[in-house]
Each structure stands twice: as C-alpha cells, then as structure tokens.
Design a protein around this ligand. Sequence first.
Ligand code: ADP
Ligand code: MG
Length: 596
Amino acid sequence: MNLVNISEPDKKKSNNILCLGIDFGTTNSVCSVKIDEKIIYIEDSKKKLIPSIVLFKNQKVYIGNQIKNSSISELIFSVKRFFTENPDQIIFDQGSNKKTAIDISKEIFSYIKNLSQDYLKQNIDDCVLTVPAYFDEKARSGIMRAAFLAGLNVRRLINEPTAAAFAYGLEKKKRGLFLVYDLGGGTFDVSILELKEGIFRVLGTGGNSKLGGDDLDILFAESILKKYFSVNLNEVDNDLKLKTIKKCKSIKEKLLNKKSVSEKIKLEEDEKQINIESQLLNQSIEKLIDKTIAIVENLLNECDVSISSVDGFILVGGSTRLEIVKEKLKNKFKINIFSELDPDLVVSCGAAMHGYELLNGSKNLLLDVTPLSLGIETMGGLMEKIIPRNSPIPAIREQIFTTNENGQTSIKIKILQGEREVTSANNILDEFVLSGLEPKPAGIPRIKVRFSLDVDGILFVSAIDESSGKENNLVIKTNEQLSIQEMRELVSSSIQNAKKDIDLRLLIETKIKATKLINEINNVKPMMNKLCTTKESKEITKIIKLMKIELKSDNKDKISNLIDDLNDKTKNFAQKIIDSNFSNFVGKEIDLLDKS
Ligand code: ADP
Ligand code: MG
C-alpha cells in the first residue's frame, strides 16, 4: 500500500499569526480572522451572526444559535448594556448560581474562542476587540476582564466605528472626516471620526440606546395588526404579542430588495394569507428613521462639523440594510455613502484586519506601547511604576499598597508619568484621596490600586480598600498632557540621571527604613525597661540618638550601618517580646494606637 500525505481538507496552512477580530454586540456578536489576504468568518451553526444570548440549564451553559428558539423568559440577553452601568453587578441570580455581566460575557467569549479554534483547527489566543465609542474606562476594562477570563489576549481594544473605517481601508487615505451611522438591533450609535496621519480620533458620539431594529419591528407589527386585523398590538396578550413581533421581524428582513412578500399571519383563530408591501414597512418606521437623522444633525452641530467637510458616511448595523435608511440619508445629506460591505460584519472585519496588521504588518501601528511609565507616589516622594514604559496597550495592572502610619484613615493617590525615581522629576498627572479607611496599624490595610490604560491613552485609576470596600477613581487623558518632545526629554533625562536617581531612591528608602525602626522601638518602649538590661537599653537609646542625627544628613551608608547595629542590639529584645505573654503585647499595641 502506498501511503501518501494528505492534508486535512479544511485546514488552512498559513504563515501569518492569527488574530481574531471580535465584535461583541448587544444582539449579535461576530468573529472573523484574516488569513492570507482573506477574511474568514467563524460560523456558529452555519451562521456568521452569533446571537449574544446565554442560557444556564442543568448546570450547563448554552450560547448562540443553538438556543435561538428557546423561550425568551429563560434567556439572558443584551448583557453588553450592563457594562456602562456596573459590570460587576449580579444580573443573574439563581440561588447558588450568581453571575455578573462580566461572568456572562466571559461565557460568550469562551464560546467564541472555542468555536474559532474548532473551525480553524488550531489554538488562537490573540484578538482585537471592539467596543462602542462612548464606552467609558470602566466599561472598557470590564469587557477586557471578561475576555481575559475567557483566555483571550486582547491585543487591542478599538472603537466600533474605527473598526468599520478600517474595514473600508480608509486609514490609507491618511486624512479625512467620516461619520459612522450604526443602527443595530437595540441601539443607534453615531460617531464622527477624524483621520490624521492614518490615525482615527473620535470627535464626538451621539445616539439613542433604546432605538434599533427591535423598535422598528414593534412599529411594523402595530401597522400590520391595525391594517389586516383591526386590533391594536397592545390589546393582544403578551405571548402572542412577542410572537407577532418576531414574525414581523422576519417579514421585515425578507422584504429586502423586494416590493412585497406573501405571508401567512395568524392571530388566535384568525389566519390570513397577506401580501405585505415594502411601502407599509416604510410608512410605519419612517418616523424613527427621521429621529436618527435628527440625532446625526445634532451631533454635527455639537462637534461644529459642517456636512460639506465630511468625506462620507459609513453604514454599520443590520438595520442599515433597509433601503429607506440609505434613501433618507442620501436625500438629506447628499453625501458619499459607504455601504458595499455587509453592515453586520463590517466591524468584526475591520477588527480582524487591524489584528492582522498588528501581528503581521510591517508598519508600526502607532501607540502600540506606552511611551512613558505610569505609577503613583509612595512614601518619601518616590515613584512606584505600575505600568512600565513600553508596555503593550491596552494594559491593566494592579498592585496592593498599604498605609504608613497607625490609624491612618485616608490616603492620597498621586498619579505620575515618567521615568525618574522621584516624584518631583516626573509629570504629575492628577491626584485623588481615598478616605473612610478603617483605622488600623500601619501596614495592615490592603489598598488595591488598578491602572487600566486604553489605546487612546486614556488611563482609569481606581483605589479600593479591600476591607471596607471603599473606592475612589478617576480618568486621565495621558497623551494630551505632554508633547512628543517633552516625552523624549523625560526619557532621556532618566537615562542621564539613572545613577543619581538610583542613589537617591536608595537613600530615601534607607531613611524610611530607619524611621520605621525607630517608630517600632518607640512603640514597645514600655516593655524595654521590663525585658532589657540597663546596659542593653542604654545602647539601644544611644543608637537611636545617633540615627536621628544621621537622618538629617544624606549619608546613606552611615544610616545603613546604624540600622544594622540597631537590628543587632534589639535582637535579644525582640526574641524576649515574642517569648513574653503575647496577648499582653497585643493589648499594649492597641493602647498605643488609641492614643495616636
Ligand atoms: P447589534 O450590533 O445591535 O448586535 P446588528 O447589527 O446585528 O445588531 O443588527 C441586528 C438588527 O438588524 C436586527 O434588528 C435585524 O432585524 C436587523 N436586520 C437584519 N437584516 C435586516 C434586513 N434585511 N432588513 C432590515 N433589518 C435587518
Ligand atoms: Mg453592532
């Protein structure tokens, strides 16, 4: 027998590093990947649209097209909406099974990742994820966390309108002004994008979070019932109402490029075969389309953009397939409209193209990494770096900090940018105070500081006291603070001053250590007389005195030596404290705390 190597029929051999482009939608999600110049859409039950619906049943989780026909009351849908409120709030509660918006989205992301891996027959971790332009930092970092929990490596978070512009290759034009009109299932979003040197900036966003295809379906259903059954939609019972709306949605979609369709519609006992014309659809939804146009006009005004300076409208979202939408926009604005690409898939397609460039492209996509380190000020005016320079963005980093004094009830978080060791040599971005901490001994509280930086240089900083749950946060535009020249200077000054800076840091740290040691000994002074010999006590007091003098100088080595001496001389004493009655010791400590 002759054995010949036969490759698997579907397996795509490619040299490019694969990066998924994921459009996580309110109604539908789409995932695609660029392989050798071609965009491949990941299919879910042979469909490119993956309904963003989740069902928990019998300890299992089901997602997408397989549950499309389940009873609506069982399904969790529109989870994306919760990200702008609080992604950590519990939105599904079934006794012991409690889920936050992040948990549920994580399931959707896992599902999409697995689908992709099965479809392409290989492991894929990298993705470019899209979010609405209006998403704030909290929503963005929430989505990133959900994707991260699903095992995805989010190489970039990009705005949905920007992804749509990428899909049309508009970044190659280098400059221009575009308006992205996104009418989806449940929402209407409009954004104005400015393209400069191949980089898109969102000039402004507008829209209505409760206006979309679903609302058109209701209006259409109302018209059909009124015209052919002489009843109002609100007069029929809820189940039938939902069924009718679903039916009208399908008729709406079937009417694409058609003058009319013939459909059987059943209302309780009454069943009719009706010829439904597109004109009826247009009449019933016209008002809502006009509403979207008013929102577009408003945004143009708000951003002070005249329609003549706009280079084109990009149509996104399934509902822009409606001929009436294109017609109305053309008539009103008399402008070039980009609508050749599938409006459902265009966002994911742009994300996949961007991901391909990011991982395989020759050109350097700007702002791929942080130009300067970001961090906060700690004791003694030192900078603690949380996101180091040249970290890939978007980036989320967390670090735990603690208090420096006994009974401290507030801490100041000063946010710094730069490479130098000391605060004063860096750029101070902003600051905020976290107050209401429960008074505790120094070093005991755990304050979690989170930095989350997106591709546009927007930094979200939050500080949470883990025991009380008290939180404070703020948002900073990091890349509007310094010019490129100033950034270069900060970096080069850090190189020039590296030795000096390190010495200074070590000196400050040594001084902090010495001060802490003195404080610790002072705190247990009452015991010293009890547990130490007079000689020992005298020696300890003497070193402390010398140390206090040295602390006024800047001689690191001398202070360091004294620390060693003091540690040495108090070794016995420390052991005796441990050996002596422990509860007594704790009581003393609390006594001291109350006094401070
Ligand atoms: P989202 O981004 O909000 O998740 P989509 O962009 O996937 O939503 O759009 C879904 C909407 O598009 C639904 O309301 C659907 O009825 C509508 N839609 C899809 N195809 C058509 C069509 N041929 N004509 C009119 N509406 C359509
Ligand atoms: Mg969408």
